[in-house]
Ligand binder design. Structure first.
Ligand code: SF4
Ligand code: SF4
Length: 262
């Protein structure tokens, strides 16, 4: 009998832009960024192919930017639930748009047993109790992470020891899938946004696995997800700074560290 294939955490970035503008945003969202998102077709193509490779995923996290900005959020969520009936599906949100969700969407979130995973930045704190009450009235489960600090870790010289930096990296379990591209962490996908912002030319395509390649098997995916990659040389020792709203046209120093290779 074939054994069930499993995966622990999968991140699906469904929206690229955001209604907030955090300084040093991990997804390189900035003010004035053009709206863009995965269409329902593209989203489903990825999820269905992933299902061919992996029977069950413990945690599926829908990311942005801000995922609540997706124009077909309820369709994405209900289809995802049909494909992965037993996963813990979480919407990773900054929470600010929750009370503007329409009733239909709220009903689908409840019926699909989605958890609203709220990252509570200082800008949300006063509104938080009201938002939690609102969600509980609709029977939607919640989780809250309070964040008052961000970290920067991009080593633009790329001279860190990738094996060493990977060992203690807390992002290495944040596997992402977007438009067929699977990565062990967000960096190889989001570096393109950094290139757009700062006119750089970093190429991390060899740290991306195309899951629509029919030669890719479950074992390849797991091995790819759980090893260090060349792009780890672009990470360094994290420098923490207080969370704040970013400026228009932010400087690269919001993400870069100075000569702190590992
Ligand atoms: S809320 Fe999240 S995605 Fe939006 S700007 Fe802040 S860190 Fe980036
Ligand atoms: S590139 Fe490597 S070290 Fe950097 S965040 Fe990803 S897994 Fe961690």
């Amino acid at each position: 009998m074939k054994s069930i294939t499993k995966f622990d955490v999968l991140g699906l970035p469904i929206v690229d832009h955001c209604n907030l503008n955090c300084r040093g945003c991990y997804h390189f969202c900035t003010q004035g960024q053009k709206p863009s998102f995965r269409t329902l077709d593209v989203f489903l193509k990825d999820v269905k192919r992933f299902k061919e490779l992996v029977d069950h995923v413990n945690w599926i996290k829908l990311y942005g930017g801000e995922p609540l900005l997706h124009p077909q959020l309820k369709e994405c969520v209900s289809s995802l639930r049909e494909i992965y009936p037993y996963s813990e599906i979480c919407l990773m949100t900054n929470g600010l748009l929750i009370k503007s969700l329409d009733r239909d969407t709220l009903r689908v979130l409840k019926d699909s047993n989605v958890k609203m995973d709220i990252t509570a930045y200082p800008v949300l704190e006063k509104k938080l109790p009201d938002i939690i009450n609102f969600l509980h009235q609709y029977g939607i489960r919640t989780n809250v992470n309070h964040i008052s600090e961000f970290g920067r870790r991009f080593n633009k010289k790329g001279d860190s020891n990738p094996q060493e930096i990977y060992k203690n990296c807390e992002m290495k379990i944040c596997h992402y899938l977007q438009e067929g591209e699977f990565t062990m962490c967000p960096l190889p996908i989001f570096i393109r946004r950094y290139n757009e912002l700062f006119g750089t030319n970093y190429d991390m395509s060899c740290d991306i696995l195309n899951i629509h390649d029919q030669n890719v098997k479950y074992e390849d995916l797991v091995a790819f997800a759980n090893r260090y990659h060349d792009c780890c040389k672009y990470c360094g020792e994290t420098e923490l700074f207080p969370w704040s709203i970013g400026v228009n046209n932010p400087p690269a120093s919001d993400w870069e560290i100075e000569d702190k290779k590992l």
